[in-house]
Every structure is written in structure tokens, then in C-alpha cells.
Write a protein that binds this ligand. Structure first.
Ligand SMILES: Cc1cc2nc3c(=O)[nH]c(=O)nc-3n(C[C@H](O)[C@H](O)[C@H](O)COP(=O)(O)OP(=O)(O)OC[C@H]3O[C@@H](n4cnc5c(N)ncnc54)[C@H](O)[C@@H]3O)c2cc1C
Length: 501
């Protein structure tokens, strides 16, 4: 075991030699695997690596590889990827129907190749320790983050919980913590794609996993077996970068153990269901899509965490840091801070404003507040039948008054933090009490990029994430919950109990 771990760790600081990752242009016209996973997503990568221990797995990812791109791998370049609007960018930009500027991932490893890297884990029964050994780290000590920690504590965000991966919330177990990060001590990003290392061992001989890049899935195919009226997913159609279409089929299995698994994200999965004919009857027909199953709840329940922030210009230089310290207030708000970064669009506009006032380069930090479990929700609809285009998404931020109240409480905490002694060297002024925090929250809302929903449990999928009303199709991604490795092991267990090795 020790030797295996050394073997695994030896890969971590170099670009992995994934011989099983190929451009989709090299794919045959028709391919057969036990599992077809649509999307190399945060749950999809560990799911694929786990399933490949006992089955043949194909992953179809519409984006490219995250390796050898310093904008992705180096923390200091974090915002360059987010502001890249080219058609081949790893970020696909969209504006929600609420006029919120936002981004979604288009790359192997999905959001973990773009994100801020804050890591906390689910309850321990779902946690696989090895995952944390491979991609999660304790952040280095950064003076500015120490100031944030001390400010939070002085402002009453107690107790201090030290370094922990635990997801602390609620009145009794909130407080201030040092959270995990997917950036290592040198500021290099580690992503879920690194978990494909699990699939490397034995690969040369067994060839149990294949990942096609720039493979955009256009639709899932359905049929009806032996005169039944229940649709069964039996394949998928994908297009490579040269515009050539290919088909991928799960190998025939008498016990229907082989499956198609949608792991295309909170936006991609409900969109793909609709494009494949599962969704609201009238909406699909309006786009000329043949209805396989009238399912009015596909695309419903879209939620995004509203985020608001204060930008704090500093008279002294501030080290570059992404989030290390997380304060969870007794009202449930998350308070996080980043320093000395040139941030993405909404932040860039704010920086430009500040610069034009200050007439000097921005030095400073941002402290953000997130409403953790917003009650406001919306829906996703298609604009057209092209899977490469964004669908129309409405989040209805702050529709529920409780969410706005949550923002006000969070912003009050931030103002208390910057009024503390540790913060005095960054922010010598006292925050203005005359500010209307309700107005501030509404006027300055931005996204936390944590959108989810669209394929809700009990409405679109069952508790095993199988799509209701059809066979051989699951959704395993942030749409439902990010339990890739856990679900992989569960599915393998089901496989073994049916006598498949
Ligand atoms: C800027 C930013 C910062 C964030 N910060 C944090 C953080 O600090 N901590 C944290 O826990 N979370 C953070 N998140 C959120 C987190 O990264 C996501 O919740 C997570 O990655 C899962 O996202 P998702 O399920 O929506 O999938 P997505 O990220 O949308 O991934 C879906 C994948 O499927 C692929 N795909 C979609 N459609 C198709 C198709 N038709 N054919 C083939 N492939 C397809 C996409 O290319 C993509 O790779 C952040 C996100 C962003 C964008």
C-alpha cells in the first residue's frame, strides 16, 4: 500500500501521463463500453476512475485538458481563465435571465480547474480519505488571512475551530476555521482530473478507461424493449472537433447493469435531458424535439448562492491569496476573503471604478459574504437545440425575503470585521452606519458560481440518482450531489452482487 501511494504521489507535481485521454477525432465511428459518462465533471472524474476498477468506462468531455495551461495550474493566474471569453475558453460565459454575469466550466475536471479551491467535506460516511490525500492541502500561512481570522474572532464569529475539512454550519458548530484548499504550497492547482491517477495503474494492460476530449454529446438515444412503454437509454451521439458524429453504446447486459451516466453539471445535465426528449412536453415540442417522456420538473429548482463583497483598498502591499479562512456566522452566512488578486469581470469593473478614483493600481483585498442555502429558486429552459449553446437560466436571486435578510446579516458581520483592531492597517476608516444594507445587497449582488438543481432528487431522479420513468440512465453530478467516488463504489457493489466481477 505504501509503495502504491508513493507511486501515486510521484505523479502529482508533473503533468500526468494519461495515455487513455485522447482527442475525440481519434474515436471510431461506434464504440462500446460498460459505462458511458457524459461530462468530465467534478463527480464524473472520480466516478469514472472508481468504476474502471471493475468495468470498462468511457468519458465524453466537450472541453480540453486542464494540464499545461498556466492560467489554470497557477493560483496567481486564477482570474485570467475566468475572463477568457474566446470560443475555446475553459470557461463558457453566460448571463442569467436575472442579468447576472456568470461562468460554467468547459474542461476536463470541470469547476475544479477554474475555481477558488475551497474544500470542505460531506459527512464522514461519504468521505474517502485517499481523495483528500491526493488533491487537498492545508493552506500556507498568509499574513492577510491571519488578519481576517483575527478580525472574525474579534467580531464574534466564534469559536475558533483551527484547521479542519469539516463543513461546519448552524448555530452551535459555526465559527471560524482554516479550510482545506486544492492549491498546494507552491500555489499549484490540483483538480479532480488528478484522481484519474486511480485509473492509471494496470491501464496499459487492461485499457479499462477512455476519455475523449472535445466530444460534445448531442443526445441520448432511447428505445422501448419488447413492446413496453418504458423508455430505455441505449446510446449517445457525440460530435468531435472536426464536426464528425460518433455513437457510444453501453455493452448489452441481460441485467441492465451497464448504464449511461449524465455528469454534465448543474446546467449541462438538465439541458441534455431536454435535448434528448425528457422534459416538459410543450417546451420540447416548441423546439422541435421528439418527446420521449413528458417530465415537467426537469430544469426546475435552479439555485445559485448570492454573493456580496466589500473591496478593501490597502495602503500597504498585500500577499496574493485565495480563500483560506472561512467564518460561518450564527445566522449561517459564509464569510471568506481573498487578497491582491485581479478578479473577474464584476470585480474588474469595481476595481476600475476604484482606480479611477484613487488614480493608482489597486492593492487590496475582497471580503465576501455568501447566503449558504438560498430559498429562492428558478428554472432552466432551452433557447435552442444546440448543446454547445447556453440554455436560459433564471435563479430569482433574493425573491424570498429571507435570503435578503441573510445578506444583510452577513454584510453587517463584514463591517464589524473591518472595524476591528487587526484590520486597522488595511482599512483605517470606520464603515458608514448610514449605508442601507438592503439596498447594498440588491445593488451589488454577484454569483458565488455554486449553481445547482435542475434534476432534483424525488422529482427527476430517485435516491440512487436514476432518472425517474426511464431505464439505464442516472445523473451523478452537482445537479444532485457531488458523490462521484461514493457512487462509483456503490455501483460496483451492485455489480458484484449480481455476479459481475
Ligand atoms: C469561479 C468558480 C469558483 C468556485 N469556487 C469554488 C470553491 O472554492 N469551492 C467549491 O467547493 N466550489 C467552487 N465552485 C463550484 C464548483 O467548482 C462546482 O460546483 C463543481 O465543479 C461542479 O460543477 P457542476 O456540477 O455544475 O459541473 P460543471 O462545472 O458545469 O461541469 C460539467 C462538465 O460537463 C461537461 N459537459 C457539459 N455538457 C456536455 C456535453 N453536452 N457533452 C460533453 N460534456 C459536457 C462540461 O464541459 C464540464 O466539464 C466554483 C465554481 C467556479 C466557476
Amino acid at each position: 500500500m505504501y509503495i502504491v501511494l508513493i507511486y501515486l504521489f510521484s505523479f502529482l507535481h508533473a503533468t500526468p501521463n494519461y495515455t487513455f485521454v485522447e482527442e475525440a477525432t481519434s474515436a471510431p465511428e461506434i464504440v462500446y463500453y460498460d459505462y458511458i459518462i457524459i461530462g468530465g465533471e467534478t463527480a464524473g472524474c472520480p466516478l469514472a476512475a472508481t468504476l474502471s476498477q471493475n468495468a470498462r468506462v468511457l468519458v465524453l468531455e466537450r472541453g480540453g485538458s486542464p494540464y499545461d495551461n498556466p492560467n489554470i495550474t497557477n493560483m496567481e493566474n486564477f482570474s485570467n481563465t475566468l475572463s477568457n471569453t474566446s470560443p475555446t475558453s475553459p470557461t463558457q460565459h453566460f448571463t442569467s435571465e436575472d442579468s447576472m454575469f456568470n461562468v460554467r466550466a468547459r474542461i476536463l475536471g470541470s469547476g475544479t480547474a477554474l475555481n477558488v479551491g475551497v474544500y470542505s467535506h460531506a459527512s464522514t460516511c461519504y468521505v474517502k480519505e485517499a481523495v483528500e490525500k491526493l488533491v487537498v492541502f492545508k493552506p500556507p500561512k498568509v499574513d492577510y488571512q491571519v488578519v481576517v481570522r483575527d478580525g472574525l474572532l474579534e467580531a464574534g464569529v466564534l469559536p475558533y475551530n483551527g484547521f479542519t475539512y469539516d463543513h461546519l454550519y448552524g448555530i452551535k458548530i459555526g465559527g471560524t476555521k482554516i479550510g482545506g484548499t486544492i492549491f498546494d504550497r507552491k500555489g499549484h492547482r490540483h483538480m479532480v482530473a488528478n484522481l484519474l491517477e486511480y485509473a492509471v495503474i494496470g491501464q496499459e494492460y487492461l485499457r479499462k478507461i477512455t476519455i475523449y476530449l472535445h466530444a460534445t454529446v448531442y443526445k441520448i438515444l432511447f428505445r422501448y424493449n419488447n413492446g413496453t412503454t418504458r423508455p430505455q437509454a441505449y446510446g449517445g451521439v457525440f460530435k468531435d472537433a472536426s464536426g464528425v458524429f460518433h455513437k457510444a453504446y453501453p455493452m448489452k447486459s441481460s441485467k441492465s447493469l451497464n448504464e449511461i451516466i449524465l455528469s454534465a453539471g448543474a446546467i449541462g445535465s438538465p439541458q441534455q435531458l431536454m435535448l434528448s426528449g425528457i422534459g416538459p412536453d410543450d417546451h420540447l415540442q416548441a423546439h422541435g424535439i421528439k418527446v420521449v417522456l413528458d417530465q415537467p420538473l426537469v430544469g426546475q429548482g435552479m439555485v445559485d448562492n448570492p454573493m456580496n463583497m466589500l473591496m478593501i483598498p490597502s495602503p500597504v502591499p498585500v500577499e496574493v491569496s485565495l480563500t483560506q479562512i472561512v467564518g460561518i456566522t450564527r445566522f449561517g452566512n459564509y464569510i471568506e476573503a481573498n487578497s491582491a488578486l485581479m478578479p473577474p469581470k464584476a470585480m474588474v469593473e469595481a476595481v476600475e471604478t476604484i482606480n479611477s478614483i484613487a488614480k493608482k493600481t489597486f492593492k487590496g483585498s475582497v471580503i465576501v459574504e455568501k447566503v449558504p442555502y438560498p430559498l429562492s429558486s428558478g428554472y432552466l429552459k432551452l433557447w435552442n437545440a444546440n448543446p454547445k449553446d447556453n440554455p436560459a437560466i433564471t435563479f430569482n436571486y433574493f425573491k424570498e425575503p429571507e435570503d435578503l435578510r441573510g445578506c444583510v446579516l452577513g454584510m453587517s458581520t463584514i463591517m464589524n470585521v473591518i472595524d476591528t483592531y487587526p484590520f486597522s492597517k488595511f482599512w483605517p476608516q470606520h464603515p458608514s452606519a448610514a449605508l442601507s444594507l438592503e439596498k447594498f445587497c440588491i445593488d451589488t449582488i454577484i454569483t458565488m458560481w455554486h449553481f445547482n438543481g435542475g434534476c432534483q432528487v424525488g422529482k427527476v431522479v430517485d435516491r440512487d440518482y436514476k432518472v425517474l420513468g426511464v431505464d439505464v440512465l442516472r445523473v451523478i453530478d452537482a445537479t444532485v450531489m457531488m458523490l462521484g467516488r461514493y457512487m462509483g463504489e456503490k455501483i460496483l457493489h451492485e455489480r458484484r452482487s449480481h455476479g459481475r466481477k
